[in-house]
Design a protein around this ligand. Structure first.
Ligand code: AMP
Length: 215
């Protein structure tokens, strides 16, 4: 399948993407994961992106588009992909449209995960993430704690609170989302690709997506 997952930070894009990849071998492409990996590795991209991310601002479109143009042409995308956290601005959506047309790729849908703000705030403040850039497994202190406190079940690395998950950065990320990313639902509605799903259960979201695209 070839999907865009839209929705505020904490709406559940990553969780839904992981469940969907298990169905048909599509790959999850999370620009946030790619950028956090680059920051930890201390690459030039990471150095450029770090300050924006820490503040809860978006990284400039040119940096993101450079990453995605290469990533979408890697061989593992042949089976399908789930875009998690990209596009996030109208210029990114326009650029993606051009890139996909150039590569001859059609999307199945742009799925908007519509989750109330109080649920989002609660999830983000209680979310914890594996610090290993190759893993980045997501936990939640209330609903999905690691088996051993502070240690990733999958790879044994420390599980931490992300630098941009302080209350101040979370509020900034939600404002940025409302201003720059929420208008993408209108963009994809006009493209005839929008599927809006209002549910806080990832199982229900996955079921709605499967029904919509017929898998
Ligand atoms: P995420 O893990 O998707 O919440 O992304 C974490 C941070 O990475 C965001 O707050 C942005 O600073 C940056 N980021 C991730 N994806 C993008 C994107 N498509 N465009 C701009 N910045 C991004």
């Amino acid at each position: 399948m070839r999907l865009i997952l839209l929705g505020a930070p904490g709406a559940g894009k990553g969780t839904v993407a992981k469940q969907l990849t298990a169905l048909d071998g599509s790959v999850q492409i999370s620009t946030g994961d790619i950028l956090r990996g680059a920051v930890q590795a201390g690459t030039e991209l990471g150095r450029k992106a770090q300050e924006y991310m820490k503040r809860g601002d978006l990284v400039p479109d040119e940096l993101i588009l450079g990453i995605m143009e290469k990533r979408l042409q890697e061989p593992d995308c042949a089976k399908g992909f789930l875009l998690d956290g990209f596009p996030r601005t109208i210029p990114q959506a326009e650029a993606l449209k051009g890139l996909l047309a150039k590569l001859g790729i059609r999307l199945d849908a742009a799925v908007n995960l519509d989750v109330p703000r109080d649920v989002i705030l609660d999830r983000l403040t209680t979310r914890r993430t594996c610090s290993n850039p190759k893993c980045q497994e997501i936990y939640n202190v209330k609903s999905k704690p690691p088996k051993k406190d502070g240690v990733c079940d999958k790879c044994g690395s420390p599980v931490v609170q992300r630098e941009d998950e302080t209350e101040e950065a979370i509020n900034k990320r939600l404002d940025t989302y409302n201003e720059k990313t929420a208008p993408l639902t209108g963009f994809y509605e006009r493209e005839g690709l929008l599927l809006n799903v209002s549910s806080t259960s990832s199982d229900e979201v996955v079921a709605a997506i499967r029904k919509h695209i017929g898998i």
